[in-house]
Design a protein. Structure first.
Length: 95
């Protein structure tokens, strides 16, 4: 493992640790991340059923690069790796 990758891991660890102290919201939210860059499969079915049962819960979906993928209006799209991504990830009640 190179020094650069060790440094990146170190910085990410402490950044996420710092963000964990910022969990100040009490809203109910669910966070999904798409490994294949799509809104599909079981997480899609879960988010649709969850919205049907509990429309008051905010659903966030992290995408790698493609924010133009079609999702329902109730799904909040977030770019993977952005500051907003990490904030919502830490603040979510369920991942």
């Amino acid at each position: 493992m190179s020094i650069k990758s060790k440094y990146q891991i170190f910085v990410k660890y402490w950044f996420l640790r710092l963000l964990s102290y910022l969990k100040f919201t009490h809203q109910k939210s669910i966070f999904f991340y798409s490994l294949n860059g799509q809104y599909s499969d079981s997480p899609k079915a879960i988010s649709e059923k969850l919205h049907e049962l509990r429309p008051d819960i905010d659903i966030y979906w992290g995408f790698s690069d493609q924010l133009n993928i079609s999702c329902p209006n109730y799904v909040h799209r977030i770019r993977f790796g952005s500051l907003k991504y990490y904030l919502r990830f830490i603040q979510a009640d369920v991942w």
